[in-house]
Design a binder for this molecule. Sequence first.
Ligand code: ADE
Length: 204
Amino acid sequence: MGVLNSSMLHKAQDMGVVEFKYINLRDYGRGPRQQVDDTPYGGGDGMLLMVDPLVRAIEDAKKNDPPALVILPTPRGLTYRQSEAKALASDNNGLIILCPRYEGYDERVTHWVDRQYSIGNYILTGGEIPAMVIVDSVVRLLPGVLGGETSAAIESFQDDDLTVEFPQYTRPDSYRGLDVPQVLLSGHHAQIEAWRATRRNHNN
Ligand code: ADE
């Protein structure tokens, strides 16, 4: 998937910090057409992913990484947040992330799932984007990925307190009448820290 080749995730793969494997659910499908979905019991629109292809795919993935956590993105899940990203990043056993369509799977698959996460209060067409959100937020926390300073450790959101990062500026110090706050040009560390503290949460 394109996102996985974006700069940070690509770098992380090159560094050997992370490895991505894809499993095509169709390989676990039923019959000559490798069917993976079927109509819902009780009626309703659309098709549901059947439990058996999902479970066999999970079992196969677990053979490679035995204690890997199985994650299901779903709007009904726990709201995904930085503390979850941190917990996943410190778990070195691999993650198996399912990518179903919403309302698109047999509920029994949840018996093979360790974590159900929602990435926000809205409905997306499928689990691919939530899966990428989870991957990106976890990989950037892996040692060495961000490079240079330990910005991942000191940045905002670290305690799920919805602290928004302070605004930052670079050259030029004046642009079309918009000036960089004077204090940032002062070189006065304590005053800069105090100013930054007042500007946190500015967008909330
Ligand atoms: N699938 C569809 N919408 C979703 C959401 N908001 N979070 C996680 N998975 C989803």
